[in-house]
Design a protein around this ligand. Structure first.
Ligand SMILES: Cc1cc2nc3c(=O)[nH]c(=O)nc-3n(C[C@H](O)[C@H](O)[C@H](O)COP(=O)(O)OP(=O)(O)OC[C@H]3O[C@@H](n4cnc5c(N)ncnc54)[C@H](O)[C@@H]3O)c2cc1C
Length: 434
């Protein structure tokens, strides 16, 4: 089946053959061109696309093999979604050790990008909690990979962008929880130094910390935002699960982006001021806490037919305040940012993958409606700031970083390239290395 495919950002487009993988015991299909494993397509740019080649669609690899409710060790096929794991394990008192901001990603995709969550400062990345996986190569060989067995293949495949082979199944260590509830505290900060001092004061006692920033505000209000810190709530007899929240859907793609400087400025200001001074305490279900966007199906359509670009960078601790300030100034001046602007401190837990993105420092993630040359030139300016501070940009969210910056951000790329399956490639990899 040939398909004009897109990733979550709906930019760029790719022409690729979709090959469903249904049996983890079978060899990989014989394909004339290059292949790339595909999870649930929740990456934003072109790292999950393979223009002119094939995608190995893994969602049918959706079986659970084992779950031990005493140890919290789960074994499943690589196409299982994190949402399916949560449905199985939360009622038994377990939770994902690390989760990104959507639960609709597969285990294979979570390993392929070595994803991170709001608890990076405590738990590091997803790959740190993977006990082992099976890697199938196009020559028919299979390798069991873990931090002890074939450790170099483990390090190449965690965060390896799907290029080292197909992960068929994986074993993950979950973490204990008392129930589905989160105990959260929410407060406003007036500027970027406010964000840094709240992070510093919170990261020791709170497992999850993250901030939204108003990327439209300038002057004294530059970098103002809302900080959220949370822990899993202890069991409490009064907490009763409510009815599952209704899922809304964006019914069609509007002809133009609904995000523009006017709607953004007004919305951000309203959102910021709705949060009163002081700290607000709430106990909430884990779903709205971790996955607020999952409640609106196909929200990525609001940016119109041209789609959008997400930009996520990390900058090292010593340069963080100055650097985030110049990034936010540049974005505010351009009047191109979006409502989705997230700021978080990564901790110093080492990432296990050769090409893992998370590293100590401050990470900023934003969506930009794709307005053509003006958006691309803004992102080029952000690159200059990030690169000269010694930072990096996240491949899972990228559709345009120049090859020279990729090589600077990920100096292990050459060593990594020895582990690439000769039949595997991606639009991203060709763009940043050729
Ligand atoms: C709303 C939203 C919020 C997000 N928040 C975060 C966040 O907080 N932190 C974060 O890190 N990311 C975040 N992301 C990005 C997302 O978590 C990653 O892009 C994730 O890797 C997507 O997984 P997927 O199953 O959709 O895989 P895909 O996007 O289809 O693929 C991702 C990569 O994994 C490879 N891959 C997939 N399956 C396999 C397999 N079986 N074997 C080998 N390789 C495989 C692919 O080749 C590709 O390179 C977010 C995305 C969205 C849409």
């Amino acid at each position: 089946m040939s398909n004009v495919g897109q990733s979550w950002g709906r930019y760029p487009q790719a022409n690729q053959l979709i090959i469903p993988v249904t049996d983890r015991h079978a060899a990989l299909p014989v394909s004339a061109g290059s292949m790339l494993p595909h999870g649930n397509g929740r990456s934003y740019g072109d790292s999950c696309l393979n223009d002119g080649g094939s995608l190995l669609h893994t969602r049918h690899l959706d079986r659970f093999m084992a779950f031990d409710p005493l140890s919290g060790i789960l074994e499943c096929e690589a196409g299982v979604l994190l949402s399916e794991i949560l449905d199985l394990v939360v009622p038994q008192g377990w939770f994902l050790p690390v989760t990104p901001g959507t639960k609709f990603v597969t285990v294979g995709g979570a390993i392929g990008n070595d994803v991170h969550g709001k608890n990076h400062h405590k738990a590091g990345t997803f790959g740190r909690h993977v006990l082992e996986f099976e890697l199938l190569r196009s020559d028919g060989s299979r390798r069991l990979c873990s931090p002890r067995e074939n450790p170099e293949w483990f390090a190449a495949t965690v965060g390896g962008l799907g290029l080292t082979g197909l992960i068929c199944r994986a074993k993950i260590q979950l973490r204990r929880v008392a129930g589905p509830w989160m105990s959260c505290e929410i407060c406003r900060f007036d500027d970027l130094p406010g964000f840094f001092s709240l992070s510093q004061a919170s990261d020791r006692d709170y497992e999850y910390t993250v901030a939204w920033i108003d990327c439209a505000s300038q002057g004294n209000a530059l970098g103002r935002g809302i900080f959220t810190r949370a822990n899993h709530a202890p069991a409490h007899p009064d907490f009763r699960p409510g009815a599952p929240s209704r899922c809304l859907r964006v019914p069609l793609t509007p002809p133009i982006s609904l995000i523009n400087p006017l709607s953004l400025g007004a919305f951000n200001s309203l959102y910021y001021h709705r949060q009163r001074e002081g700290v607000r305490h709430v106990t909430t279900h884990y779903e709205p806490h971790f996955y607020p966007l999952d409640g609106v199906a196909e929200w990525n359509r609001i940016y119109g037919p041209r789609g959008f670009l997400q930009y996520q960078c990390v900058v090292p601790p010593a340069a963080a305040l100055d650097c985030v300030e110049s990034l936010v100034k540049t974005i505010a001046k351009s009047k191109q940012g979006s409502f989705l602007a997230v700021l978080k401190q990564f901790g110093d837990v080492a990432s296990p993958g050769m090409l893992s993105f998370p590293r100590p420092g401050t990470t900023l993630a934003l969506d930009f409606p794709h307005r053509g040359a003006s958006t691309l030139s803004l992102l080029d300016r952000l690159d200059e700031i990030v690169a000269s501070a010694g930072g990096a940009v996240y491949p899972a969210k990228d559709a345009r970083m120049p090859a020279r910056f990729f090589k600077q951000y990920f100096p292990a790329w050459e060593t990594f390239s020895h582990y690439i399956d000769p039949k595997f490639s991606s639009s991203f990899w060709r763009r940043v290395t050729e």
